[in-house]
Ligand binder design. Structure first.
Ligand code: MG
Ligand code: MG
Length: 268
């Protein structure tokens, strides 16, 4: 497989798909509270996406049963929504995909439920910061390894484990396109980053060991030591040689009353 380069027009369509995911996550943000179940949130997301003339991107993909991947606490990714109420102190990683205008959007955020411990807050902060460290490297002249190196260094310096088994990816008319984008790597290694490339960059960062295990459902990935894990994902296009984030956490921040200029360097 080789990388599929997108035209400016295609990137604008991809921005629409990415922003619909952003809006879906924003809609969910104010509803994530103790007592709510992931299955209730999943249904809301499915309705919201269909109301916006799009198709849930994960539903039925490789036979995944739901609209959202919802992974609380020690679940890294690919958790299946269920009827267990969220509790204060939980975190929940929500990964959402849509298919609109034939292009996929795919991005993720780890939410706090109620009051979360300082340890966990730090995990979320460091993991999210590492996403931007990776995005910064997503420019012409660099290679895929530069992205992974930046993410890995930032998280390992903080004492966290970087998941190896799951990686970011090219994004387009297919959910997972070439190249794979590991969250670890060596500077100057891997494929060259070129104009028109669109990547889903998505650090999966564990408070403890980097090692993971699978639940019997065949989907859910958990940390081996049962310590919490965080997941943040943006869709990023290379435009005029530089990274531009097509998705945004702004809708989430608006719902939660957070102000942030973290995306500003990567917006035109
Ligand atoms: Mg995703
Ligand atoms: Mg992805």
């Amino acid at each position: 497989m080789s990388m599929i380069i997108k035209s400016r027009e295609e990137i604008e369509l991809m921005r629409e798909s990415a922003l619909l995911v952003s809006k879906t996550l924003g809609m969910l943000a104010s509803r994530i509270k103790p007592g709510v179940t992931s299955l209730e949130l999943d249904k809301l997301a499915e309705e919201f996406i269909r109301d916006h003339n799009a198709i849930p991107g994960f539903l039925g993909m490789y036979n995944f049963p739901n609209t959202l991947c919802m992974s609380p606490n020690a679940q890294v990714v690919h958790g299946i929504p269920n009827n267990t109420p969220l509790e204060s102190g939980d975190i929940i990683s929500i990964d959402c995909g849509v298919l609109k205008n034939e292009f996929y959007g795919d991005h993720a955020y780890t939410f706090e439920v109620g009051e979360v411990s300082e340890d966990v807050k730090r995990l979320l902060e460091v993991s999210k910061a590492s996403l931007y460290k990776g995005i910064e490297q997503c420019k012409v002249g660099n290679r895929i390894g530069d992205i992974g190196y930046a993410i890995q260094k930032h998280c390992e310096d903080a004492g966290y484990g970087v998941v190896r088994e799951l990686v970011g990816h090219g994004l387009g008319k297919t959910l997972h396109e070439d190249p794979q984008v590991p969250n670890y790597g060596k500077r100057g290694r891997g494929k060259k980053i070129v104009e028109g490339l669109v990547l889903a960059i998505e650090p999966m960062i564990n408070m403890g060991t980097k090692r993971t295990r699978f639940l019997k459902d065949g989907w859910t990935v958990l940390t081996k030591d049962n310590k919490p894990s965080a997941h943040f994902e943006h869709d990023v296009a290379v435009i005029d040689g530089e990274p531009e984030i097509l998705s945004t956490f702004d809708y989430i921040y608006e719902a939660l009353g957070i102000t942030s200029d973290e995306e500003k360097p990567f917006k035109k």
